[in-house]
Design a protein around this ligand. Structure first.
Ligand SMILES: Nc1ncnc2c1ncn2[C@@H]1O[C@H](COP(=O)(O)OP(=O)(O)OP(=O)(O)O)[C@@H](O)[C@H]1O
Length: 263
């Protein structure tokens, strides 16, 4: 079979038959997905569908009961989050919790993948090298803060940031690790419309630089704006996949959303 014509590039991130139960409750069930390099895929579904648990599995925060996760073609299922981060997998959290007393700049710098400066011993033995690495991290953190429009707040404690600004800071922290794929958990939740526009624009810009994005989001306008394709999860399973307008018009998708609504 000739697969060269129209052949898609190998996925940057794949889930193969992932499952996870909590106390007999199957939260993720035989779930598979592929994220192509530089792709942008939405992950939608009603509350409790298992979306965040899937993120936890992909990022390594939770071990699956079954199935496998491949990052750039390598099986990382047994690897801890830090190793996956080093291999290029970044993630943001639904509830951004910056270090409140640290400055905005320091918050971004702590997300750098420390090399020499990671150990106190290195700081003692190679202080010049550690200092020069710190300067490089600060310069890069400033570039990223500029990119997310938080430069003016770099010296302020993170505690002064609004909800939307915290989401931007979270994005900046993810970028500091120079990921090739990012998992974004509800970047638009609780954000005012003006900042939402900025966040959407920045996510698009990150994706345009070749970073693949898997995005959990309840705001369907935002999903439709950002994602050419979405997958729908319901009760831990993959229910549907396709362009947002097609998927959200499906009767089975509408039904699972309605089931979660108060009567
Ligand atoms: N650590 C845990 N222990 C027990 N049950 C859990 C745990 N984590 C998640 N669950 C359960 O798994 C189910 C799926 O939760 P999850 O947070 O993954 O859903 P979600 O699709 O992200 O929901 P939402 O859109 O509300 O964030 C829920 O019923 C939740 O209570």
């Amino acid at each position: 079979m000739d697969r060269s014509a129209g052949q898609e590039a190998a996925p940057v991130l794949s889930a193969r038959g992932l499952s996870k139960s909590y106390g007999g409750n199957r939260v993720v069930s035989d779930l598979s997905l592929d994220l192509p390099p530089g792709g942008m895929l939405g992950l939608i579904g009603p509350n409790g569908a298992g979306k965040t648990t899937l993120f936890n599995l992909l990022a390594g925060a939770v071990r699956p009961d079954g199935g496998a996760i491949l990052l750039v073609g390598r099986d990382v299922t047994a690897q801890p989050p830090r190793a996956r981060l080093r291999a290029g997998l970044g993630r943001s959290f639904q509830i951004a919790r910056p270090f409140a007393r640290m400055t905005v700049l320091e918050n971004v710098m702590t997300a750098a993948q420390a090399q020499t400066g990671e150990s106190a011993l290195a700081a003692l033995l190679r202080p010049a090298r550690v200092r020069s690495e710190e300067r490089a991290h600060a310069a890069r953190a400033r570039e990223i803060l500029d990119f997310v429009s938080l430069s003016q707040l770099e010296g302020e404690p993170a505690s002064v940031l609004s909800g939307g600004q915290r989401k931007l800071l979270e994005l900046a922290r993810v970028l500091m690790a120079e990921p090739r794929v990012i998992l974004l958990d509800e970047p638009g939740a609780g954000v005012n419309p003006a900042l939402l526009d900025l966040i959407a624009d920045r996510i698009q810009a990150i994706n345009a630089r070749g970073v693949a994005v898997l995005l959990i989001e309840h705001n369907m306008e935002l999903v439709a704006r950002l994602c050419p394709r979405v997958i729908v999860m319901a009760a831990g399973r993959l229910l549907a996949e396709g362009p947002p307008s097609e998927v959200t018009a499906r009767a089975d998708v509408i039904e699972v959303y309605l089931e979660g609504m108060p009567a």
